[in-house]
Design a protein around this ligand. Structure first.
Ligand code: CUA
Length: 427
């Protein structure tokens, strides 16, 4: 009986171990949000701390496991043998105790050195060039050419980006470049940075605590109300990266994502210029024009800014360039062709490769997003149909004096179509 159960347990352990080991190819680690595939110096530094810990734990596991196996075999009961303990039980051996305490302290120090240096390193762009040997306590990183690949980032040449957390999306501002709330140019949910440039992130929140986490580039520092935090990032490889809020912040915490586009410096300059452009006039007597009128009538314009058309605050994401973004709804909905995107990722073996926005997918997403929000959001015990449960768009009813007493006013299919057509013009 016992041996049968033991065999089953054994089989189970072996299969789990097999599954874990089989999952450990280098390609499998290259998933969209992987801390094991660092693409920048801060992420590399953090990866090192992780590996230091893994190695230490493996050594401890081998020692403790080895002693256990030794004891089980050496002192096992044999058939027909007297099973009473032959060894006199010991108690309070000072040498063993002091030895164990010393070993524990040694293990903690072994972990503390790289951990503390990584914390200091993450906090801000290094003020002066630091020799490779000082950057990581135990490892040196060499690129394909055998060169040390930590950056010689200097505090004098840093791109400043303000990161503001909201329920449930991120707002990015570039104060040095005039992309700010005051200038009516803010960037929601898709941060864009030039490759190889040190970027200082000034983190804060306008409601509850959120956390900035861009696994392949760096993580993870909290965005807090009434307090400024900072960290720095640098991406050494062009591509489209996936980030996530990493602090529970309410209903749609799990849907509070963001993206990071790492581009060549020339392309970055072009992007900044494009962000400052105002929305073009819509074609007269078109669906888009109807949509624009609806945008005002349905009070969308009270929260969303569209430079050149509507000048509202920053309560909701700026939509001046919404049709150029690869994601929608706090990066939860993807505006690219899913099949084409996955095929490209498989082909390049790289989740940073990206396809452009697909207008058909974008339109479907816009309709899904606007059409679900503010209709059935889990009140009155009804299950939510919202793309993002609890999202703030359902409050539009509060501002709409006319419909205040109507319950769950919805857009008609035609209205949704017009709104989507209007938003599609905002490139
Ligand atoms: Cu914001 Cu979780």
């Amino acid at each position: 009986m016992f041996s049968r159960i033991f065999n089953k347990v054994h089989l189970f352990t072996i299969s789990i171990f097999g599954i874990l080991v089989s999952a450990c190819s280098r390609d499998d680690l290259n998933v969209r949000q992987s801390t094991l595939d660092p693409k920048g110096p801060v992420a590399k530094m953090q990866f090192d701390v992780f590996m230091d810990t893994v190695w230490l734990v493996l050594v401890l596991f081998a020692i403790v496991g080895g002693l256990l196996v030794y004891a089980v075999i050496r002192f096992r009961a044999r058939a027909g043998e007297d099973t009473r303990p032959k060894v006199e039980e010991g108690h309070g051996n000072p040498l063993v105790e002091i030895g164990l305490i010393t070993a524990s302290i040694g293990a903690l120090v072994f972990i503390a050195i790289p951990t503390l240096s990584a914390i200091w390193y993450t906090d801000d762009v290094p003020a002066e060039a630091i020799p490779a040997s000082k950057l990581s306590a135990w490892y040196q990183h060499l690129d394909e050419n055998g060169k040390e690949n930590y950056p010689k980032a200097l505090a004098g040449d840093v791109l400043e980006i303000d990161v503001i957390g909201k329920q449930w999306w991120f707002r990015f501002e570039y104060p040095q470049l005039g992309l700010t709330a005051d200038a009516k140019h803010t960037v929601p949910n898709e941060i864009v940075i030039p490759r190889g440039k040190a970027v200082r992130l000034n983190l804060r929140s306008e409601d509850v605590i959120h956390s900035f986490w861009l696994p392949k580039i760096a993580g993870k520092v909290d965005l807090m109300p009434g307090r400024k935090n900072k960290m720095w990032i640098q991406a050494d490889q062009v591509g489209h990266y996936y980030g996530q809020c990493a602090e529970f912040c309410g209903d749609s915490h799990a849907y509070m994502l963001f993206r990071c586009n790492v581009v060549e410096p020339e392309e970055f300059a072009k992007w900044v210029k494009a962000q400052k452009a105002e929305a073009a006039p819509v074609e007269p007597n078109s669906k888009a024009e109807k949509g624009k009128a609806l945008f005002a009538a349905k009070t969308c314009a009270m929260c969303h800014n569209i430079s050149g058309h509507f000048g509202a605050g920053n309560f909701a994401p700026d939509l001046t360039h919404v049709a150029s973004r690869r994601s929608l709804a706090g990066a939860w909905l993807d505006n690219r062709d899913r099949k084409a995107q996955l095929a490209l990722e498989v082909q390049t073996k790289n989740t940073e490769s990206t396809t452009p926005v697909d207008p058909a997918v974008l339109k479907a997403n816009l309709i899904k997003w606007i059409g679900s929000s503010g209709t059935s959001h889990g009140i009155d015990g009804q299950p939510t149909k919202d793309v993002k449960p609890g999202n703030r768009m359902h409050y539009y009813k509060m501002f709409n004096v006319v419909s205040l007493n109507e319950s769950h006013q919805q857009f008609t299919a035609e209205e949704l179509d017009c709104l989507a057509e209007y938003l599609l013009t905002l490139k």
